[in-house]
Design a protein around this ligand. Structure first.
Ligand SMILES: NC(=O)C1=CN([C@@H]2O[C@H](COP(=O)(O)OP(=O)(O)OC[C@H]3O[C@@H](n4cnc5c(N)ncnc54)[C@H](OP(=O)(O)O)[C@@H]3O)[C@@H](O)[C@H]2O)C=CC1
Ligand SMILES: Nc1nc(=O)c2c([nH]1)NC[C@@H]1CN(c3ccc(C(=O)N[C@@H](CCC(=O)O)C(=O)O)cc3)C=[N+]21
Length: 293
């Protein structure tokens, strides 16, 4: 069993990005600048956005964090997005999800200029991805592709079972794994809440990608010997023995599943750090005008 070290892979990618930024600076080019909009004070969201901003500083990007209280109006948010769309200093920006219920998330995501949509959530980027055109790929699926590629995991002709169909992880992941290039070229099954007999499907899988948010959902009995298991889940569960008062749990029962795997990601230190690295990569591509050349 090989542990897929997302933290180390993320650091490698960030070093590559930092080297690129140093070269841009030496040549007097545009230094990439990421902005993030955060609404409310949810612990997880604050942590992730803070990590993103810190990562920007590490690689030499400019960064701007824009915070609103929970009661921000949709119009205020849309006005800020319009401002960022027109600000030449900002190469890319994200609106951290989830948003409060009184805000129409689809409307907000559609207001982002696709050229600055480094999360890859705008319908234009989603459509371009599906059509196989140059696009910003959503960071979590893109990070998983990087992990598979950098560990040289064979994917061609394999059966990949994705569990979860969200717009930000499961759905794009299933599409990318079905594309005829590496990593990908898989036969893909997409499972979700209404899948009858999840274990029947996961047992067929050479590669399982779990993105649900139910700790321990994938147990050892559901995994074929030698499978590759990618755990996207990061649920905070109470743990008084920790200073923070909680710990992160993945969707996979790691201790019992790991011995059966050829490769497996840990939580934390697996997919999460890659998500941040790929957001930076998208921002670099935005500054270089690579996607919509
Ligand atoms: N590490 C990282 O970088 C990231 C981690 N995450 C984590 O990944 C997890 C998933 O995130 P996200 O996709 O945004 O979550 P969502 O809640 O948007 O989606 C979860 C999906 O799982 C499906 N589902 C729910 N229950 C079951 C079940 N019993 N069996 C099979 N499928 C089920 C849902 O079905 P339905 O469509 O019917 O609701 C839905 O499609 C979370 O723990 C999140 O914190 C997310 C993004 C990035
Ligand atoms: N617009 C938007 N874009 C996102 O990319 C986005 C989002 N909204 N909403 C929520 C999810 C979740 N997400 C994570 C990012 C990093 C870690 C991460 O770095 N996790 C670390 C641990 C961090 C910790 O200690 O909590 C790890 O797994 O090792 C996890 C999850 C991005 N998301």
């Amino acid at each position: 069993m090989t542990l897929l070290d997302g933290k180390k892979t993320s650091e490698t990618i960030q070093q590559e990005i930092a080297a690129d930024v140093a070269e841009i600076k030496a040549n007097g080019g545009k230094v990439p600048h990421l902005a993030a909009i955060l609404v409310g004070n949810d612990g997880g969201s604050v942590t992730y956005v803070t990590n993103k901003v810190l990562a920007c500083e590490r690689v030499g990007f400019g960064s701007t964090l824009i915070r609103y209280e929970d009661d921000v109006t949709e119009d205020e948010l849309l006005a800020k997005i319009e401002e960022l769309n027109n600000d030449d200093e900002i190469d890319g920006f994200i609106v951290q999800l989830p948003l409060p219920k009184h805000i129409n998330t689809d409307k907000v995501l559609e207001a982002v200029d696709p050229k600055k949509d480094v999360d890859g959530f705008h319908p234009t980027n989603v459509g371009r991805m599906v059509a196989g055109l140059s696009a910003y790929l959503p960071a979590t699926p893109a990070g998983i592709l990087q992990l598979l590629a950098r560990y040289e995991i064979e994917t061609k002709g394999k059966h990949c079972v994705v569990v979860g169909r969200s717009n930000i992880v499961g759905s794009p992941m299933s599409i990318l794994m079905s594309k005829p290039n590496y990593p990908g070229n898989c036969t893909v099954t997409l499972c979700h809440r209404n899948t009858v007999n999840l274990a029947y499907h996961t047992l067929q899988a050479d590669i399982i990608i779990a993105a649900v948010g139910i700790p321990g959902l994938i147990t050892a009995e559901m995994v074929k010997e030698g499978a590759v298991v990618i755990d996207v889940g990061t649920t905070r569960v109470a743990d008084e023995t920790r200073k923070a008062g909680y710990r992160l749990r993945g969707d996979v029962d790691f201790d019992n599943v790991a011995p059966k795997c050829s490769f497996i990601t840990p939580v934390p230190g697996g997919v999460g750090p890659l998500t941040i690295a790929m957001l930076l990569k998208n921002t670099l591509r935005a500054a270089k005008r690579e996607v919509y050349a």
